[in-house]
Design a protein around this ligand. Structure first.
Ligand code: URA
Length: 209
């Protein structure tokens, strides 16, 4: 099963993009993943939140952020009074990348590489083109690098509104970069990491108010 270049239909709306992405073979991840996990949310959303890639639960459900990281994100949005259904949620890479545990059936998350990020980027750009949000929130360094380039660093940039890069292909308003919610779950001090995550997202909540 060969890979091809992602074929993103021109001038397609989100439903048409979702349907086209379902058969994407733009990188090798389609071979082992259950399905493409496309973004979800209103086409009129004022904010697009971009994660890394679907995890095990998202791969099975076909929806972004329905697993443990999604729980952290939901809790933070809820505390800040941002309705999850009012934002558009998506990922930089739309297939689950994993390795199988040596024993048992567990599928262990593997960070997507630059090849997969680049192959999937046209879908993310097309989603941004369709939603044309006022704010784009990049959750973690894979999402940040997918949009802002591989040399982008989270340190020193998280938690404040940044101007979008001068790039015609990017229909994005201001950009907010923060950590990935799964990093909160892995942090040695989860309480502190969660508080920092919420403080970053508060910048979005205030901008939306
Ligand atoms: N992590 C992500 O980055 N995205 C998801 O949809 C789930 C977990």
């Amino acid at each position: 099963m060969a890979t091809t270049t992602a074929t993103v239909p021109d001038a397609a709306d989100l439903d048409e993009l979702r349907a086209a992405a379902a058969t994407c073979t733009g990188c090798a991840l389609y071979r082992d993943a259950t399905q493409t996990v496309f973004g979800e949310g209103p086409p009129t959303a004022r904010a697009v939140l971009v994660g890394e890639q679907p995890g095990d639960r998202e791969d099975r459900a076909g929806r972004p952020f329905v697993g443990p990281a999604g729980g952290v994100l939901d809790r933070a949005l809820d505390e800040l009074g941002v309705d999850r259904s009012s934002v558009y949620l998506t990922n930089a890479v739309k297939h689950f990348k994993f390795v199988r545990a040596e024993r048992g059936k567990r599928r262990i998350h593997k960070t997507p590489g630059r090849t997969e990020v680049v192959a999937c980027r046209p879908w993310l750009l097309a989603e941004l083109r369709e939603v044309s949000p006022e704010f784009v929130v990049l959750l973690g360094s894979v999402a940040a690098k997918a949009l802002l380039g591989p040399s982008f660093r989270l340190t020193g940039n998280r938690g404040r509104l940044l101007d979008p890069p001068d790039d015609e292909s990017l229909s994005a308003g201001r950009i907010l970069v923060t950590t990935h919610p799964s990093a909160v779950l892995r942090a040695p001090d989860r309480t502190a990491a969660y508080a920092e995550f919420v403080a970053d997202l508060e910048v979005l909540a205030k901008a939306l108010a």
